[in-house]
Design a protein around this ligand. Structure first.
Ligand code: NDP
Ligand code: GDR
Length: 369
């Protein structure tokens, strides 16, 4: 039985990856942070009673900023594969917490690689680094591929640039099986609530249910190559099953603006909207509501622009070329964008329809980024 260790197991990708590896027969260890509220909601369905004999899913407390803790967990678990998914992963928040982001996302990766080396696991443990399309930043070339130059545009992306290169360096210096998956944006019904896709699908759900008035968004012109997290975690695993360690772009090859994503999300709930006006005055307005269960009059404003959500430096356009992964890994995405949006909107409508009224205010808190 192979053993994997996942950092960031409580996050979106950690949850899908843990489920995937368990289905492949792995023993899966995950690192979770101590928090004052329980933070394992995304993996609770995988929980196994540690009192049962030989559990296959085991959680450890840890933190990417604590080297001794990481060394101890790796020593105890002796993993065949480490998936480093833990990160302060929010681009806008990284402008507010740049040093912490560098520590967890940049140095955290170094701590894991050093732990593997110091523990003499260089030739046993394969290492996956969660690299990102944010590395491309300011557009140099489209579509972006493995050879496209990097130009990071946020403290998050700069921290991830360090992590990318230190992974390459340990591969070249010590012969480690260490790879970067350069993943473009991927979403799902369990995407963090403050990333734009989930913020939109939650907003749509609350608006059609009469629990919220409108969604406030930042840059509607930004374009992203959005895939589904379930497809993308499989690519992570495939990268570690190859003969040679190499870096791969994972993307759908299609790009969509935030404005268009918003329109598609409302359409999934049966609400036709259009955008009117320009700049800060631009608004999303209801044209017609085709779902008799919801009462949204034509002309109602459901989307406004709030400059608080603009970033000091923006990444305008991402579109990935995953030809190398398609050819060498045999990977290809199964989900179409529209199907993913439907899944997200339906899931959020289900969630908010069953939420106790006393929790609605709390769950709608507007401090989203
Ligand atoms: P999430 O934000 O959903 O999950 C991040 C995980 O990291 C959570 O489990 C979080 O714990 C944990 N974490 C954060 N800081 C620390 C720390 N200091 N020590 C230990 N754990 C920590 O991200 P995703 O699942 O979406 O992404 C996974 C990885 O892939 C990240 O590294 C992200 O930067 C990268 N990435 C993501 C893409 C995407 O589109 N989703 C695209 C490309 C790269 P907690 O639950 O306690 O907050
Ligand atoms: P991103 O994802 O920055 O690409 O990073 P996010 O969903 O936060 O933003 C995508 C684009 O939407 C614009 N935008 C808004 N974003 C947020 N969060 N909130 C808003 O209200 C809003 N309005 C417009 C943004 O300006 C941006 O252009 C994600 C993360 O998962 C990273 O960890 C990962 O590395 C990259 O994807 C690939």
């Amino acid at each position: 039985m192979k053993t994997a260790l996942i950092t960031g197991v409580t996050g979106q990708d950690g949850a899908y990856l843990a489920e995937f590896l368990l289905s492949k027969g792995y023993r899966v260890h995950g690192i979770k942070r101590r928090s004052s509220l329980i933070n394992t909601e995304r993996i609770d369905h995988l929980y196994q009673d540690p009192h049962e004999p030989d559990p296959r899913f085991i959680l450890h407390y840890g933190d990417m900023t604590d080297a001794t803790n990481l060394i101890r967990i790796i020593q105890e678990t002796q993993p065949d594969e480490i998936y480093n998914l833990a990160a302060q992963s929010h681009v806008k928040v990284s402008f507010e917490t740049p040093e912490y982001t560098a520590n967890a996302d940049g140095l955290g990766t170094l701590r894991l690689l050093e732990a593997i080396r110091l523990l003499g696991l260089t030739h046993k443990t394969r290492f996956y680094q969660a690299s990102t399309s944010e590395l491309y930043g300011l557009v140099q070339e489209v579509p972006q591929k493995e050879t496209t130059p990097f130009y990071p545009r946020s403290p998050y992306a700069v921290a991830k640039l360090y992590a990318y290169w230190i992974t390459v360096n340990y591969r070249e210096a010590y012969g480690m099986f260490a790879v970067n998956g350069i993943l473009f944006n991927h979403e799902s019904p369990i995407r963090g609530e403050t990333f734009v896709t989930r913020k939109i699908t939650r907003g749509v759900a609350q608006i059609v249910l009469g629990q919220a008035d409108r969604i406030y968004l930042g840059n509607l012109d930004a374009r992203r190559d959005w895939g589904h997290a379930r497809d993308y975690v499989e690519a992570m695993w495939l990268m570690l099953q190859q003969e040679k360690p190499e870096d791969y772009v994972i993307a759908t090859g299609k790009t969509t603006s935030v404005r268009e994503f918003t329109r598609m999300a409302f359409a999934q709930a049966g609400v036709e909207i259009q955008f009117e006006g320009t700049g800060l005055e631009e608004k999303g307005v209801v044209v017609a509501c085709h779902n008799p269960r919801y009462q949204l009059p034509a002309g109602k404003v459901v989307v406004s622009v709030d400059p608080n959500y603009f970033r000091p430096t923006e990444v305008d356009l991402l579109i990935g070329d995953a030809s190398k992964a398609r050819k060498q890994l045999g990977w290809q995405p199964r989900y179409q964008l529209e199907d993913m949006i439907r899944e997200m909107v339906e899931s959020d409508i289900r969630y908010f329809s069953t939420l106790h009224p006393s929790l609605i205010q709390q769950k709608s808190h507007a401090s989203y980024r």
